[in-house]
Design a protein. Structure first.
Lengths: 214, 377
């Protein structure tokens, strides 16, 4: 077998480290890339660098955004600012957006509580969420974490935190309207144990429509 | 379901064995050590992906051979054919089902169904509770495959909870004051309780159904021995009413908090439950029963599992009775043959010519096992 030029095997090696790309696919991709005209490849290289340099997380919700600006959802004045949908990852919010039926805002936790994998509440964006909820505008929180033990436990955890926050405020004599916040969970339309970002949009929409009080 | 064809290569004492089997009662006869049980073991292996006599796959490969292969064709009541190939090599096993590699064993377990009984098999009565839980869970999965998710949910929530117990109590009896850990603990406990309660309800349900099937079978088999035996799901959690199981589980856990702080693992729940065989007055059969009583109960339980499958799945399991007749009086032999004969395929082994004579009438086909060969008799 003829050995490949070093530069090419380096490219194959880099590509094969991406998720879902095995060695064979990486080889085919690499050969296709070097076959393309130089301008197109330069554009691809620019796009790669640009994406890495400029794609950031929205300072409000944690969804994907650009240049540290608010994401498209947060930036959209037509969205309902009184509802926040809490998800584990940016991919989940993308899945919900594809359904097109949700008009509120998002909050990305960055995972779910999993002591076995060393993820504790402090590693998630839960305090940021509580800060957003305390602003007096939010009236409903949809806890759309996965139906896994970790996702369910995280939803329960947030529910407890809200209750405590409310009690502390009440004890401090604050007149803020935390008590009126409705906390819901996606309905059991979701097959238990399922990943949000693998669920088809119709199922996701019905789960969203039939969300339940937590 | 019945086994229509079987090929063994370098399996135990068989170098190569190719056989087709009819439905009905099949008798395998031959001297001790001829390989009768080995043949049944192969069928058991296909159903449960494990042997009933060894946990070491290596022992199964014929001495000196590199690997063992089982090829089998099963056919269910609707005449659907299932082809299975199993290769045991270097302590690993590879399974193909209808031409596809089986990756997750939970997708495969339950597809082929056999029930196996041998006279020493009192384990289902006398063995660890884990054994009975495994049997109940397997039957549940056969009836409701979607319960895999509940079982996994429960196990995972419990593992997370156990991890938290160790974080909250870095040493037995020592408690860290950490609100985040405490609240996470509460949340995972709730997950465990909900899925655990669902699992307990299902196990309770299937135990009651099995009890209903078991009693008449046991009465018929044991007849003169008289004493009634019943099946009873046992849990530290209050089982009645079934809607109250989750609440009761929560209470029992709360009461166990002090002991859990030193144990640092979850000590109550479906992973600790049991199914008891009880004598008429409630006494535990495994502690107070005679050998004979336990044997009848174990056999009646196997038959109850067959009956459950026939009623709920409209499919008979393959019943395998290994030397089961040898310790029975003639009356009981006759009654067992009557009960067993109802299933679509039954394998019976016997080393005794007299026994074979007794059951010949009921048998569809008698095979002689000798020198690594199996031939119609
Ligand atoms: N891995 C193996 N390779 C070859 N022979 C084996 C192997 N394992 C067991 N045997 C032989 O199988 C025989 C036992 O067969 P078994 O099926 O238990 O007999 P029986 O007909 O009494 O039920 C023994 O003679 C034993 O030496
Ligand atoms: Mg034997
Ligand atoms: Zn945003």
């Amino acid at each position: 077998m003829a050995s490949l030029p070093e530069a090419l095997s380096e490219l194959i090696h880099r590509l094969s480290r991406l998720p879902g790309i095995g060695p064979r696919a990486a080889e085919r991709m690499a050969l296709a890339i070097i076959d393309k005209n130089p301008a197109e490849i330069a554009a691809l290289a620019d796009a790669l660098n640009d994406a890495v340099a400029r794609v950031t997380h929205c300072p409000h919700c944690g969804c994907l955004s650009q240049d540290n600006r608010p994401c498209r959802v947060c930036d959209d004045n037509a969205r309902d600012r009184s509802i926040i949908c809490v998800v584990e990852s940016p991919l989940d919010s993308i899945a919900l957006e594809k359904g097109g039926g949700y008009h509120g805002l998002y909050h990305v936790l960055g995972g779910a509580i999993s002591p076995l994998s060393g993820v504790l509440p402090e590693d998630l964006r839960i305090s940021e969420l509580l800060a957003r909820v305390g602003d007096g505008v939010v009236s409903e929180l949809i806890l759309a974490t996965n139906a896994s033990p970790e996702g369910e436990a995280t939803a329960l955890y947030i529910r407890q935190e809200l209750d405590e926050l409310h009690e502390r405020r009440a004890a401090a004599g604050s007149s803020e309207s935390l008590a009126r916040i409705r906390v819901t969970r996606l309905a059991r339309g979701l097959p238990s144990g399922s990943q949000l970002d693998y669920t088809d949009s119709a199922t996701l929409q019905s789960a969203l429509d039939n969300r339940t009080e937590l | 379901m019945h086994l229509a064809a079987l090929t063994l290569r370098d399996y135990r004492n068989y170098r190569i064995l190719e056989l087709e089997f009819p439905r009905g009662v099949i008798v395998l006869t031959g001297e001790n050590g001829a390989g009768k049980s080995n043949l049944l073991e192969a069928i058991h292996y296909l159903s449960y992906l494990k042997s009933f006599r060894t946990s070491r796959d290596k022992e199964i490969v014929r001495f000196g051979a590199p690997y063992a292969v089982i090829d089998a064709r099963f056919s269910d009541e609707q005449s659907h054919d299932f082809e299975v190939r199993l290769v045991l090599k270097d302590g690993k096993r590879f399974v193909r089902f209808n031409g596809d590699d089986v990756q997750k064993f939970q997708d495969y377990i339950g597809k082929l169904h056999s029930q196996f009984f041998f006279p020493g098999d009192l384990g289902i009565v006398t063995g660890d509770p884990a054994l009975r839980r495994e049997v109940l869970d397997l039957e549940l999965l056969r009836l409701k495959p979607q319960l895999t998710k509940v079982m996994n949910h429960f196990r995972r929530a419990r593992e997370q909870r156990n991890k938290l117990l160790k974080m909250i109590h870095p040493q037995p009896g020592v408690t860290r004051d950490n609100r985040e850990l405490q609240q996470s603990f509460t949340a995972f406990s709730e997950q465990m309780v909900q899925s655990g309660a669902q699992l307990v309800r299902e196990r309770l349900g299937i135990t009651r159904v099995l009890d209903g099937l078991f009693r008449p079978l046991h009465r018929q088999l044991a007849s003169e021995a008289g004493e009634q035996v019943t099946l009873d799901y046992f849990s530290q959690v209050t089982l009645d009413p079934p809607e109250g199981i989750a609440a009761s589980y929560g209470e029992v856990l709360a009461a166990a908090a002090a002991s859990e702080s030193s144990l640092r693992y979850t000590s109550v729940g479906p992973h600790r439950d049991d199914m008891l065989f009880r004598l008429g007055d409630g006494r535990d059969l495994k502690r107070f029963g005679s050998q004979g009583q336990m044997r009848s109960a174990a056999l009646a339980f196997r038959l109850a599992l067959c009956e459950l499958s026939r009623q709920r799945m409209k499919d008979d399991p393959i019943l395998m009775l290994d030397d089961a007749l040898s310790e029975m009086d003639d009356g009981r032999k006759g009654r067992l043959m009557e009960l067993a004969g109802r299933y679509s395929q039954v394998f019976i082994t016997s080393a005794s010519a007299r026994e074979v004579g007794q059951i010949k009438r009921a048998a569809g086909q008698v095979y002689r096992v000798a020198n690594g060969r199996v031939e119609p008799y």
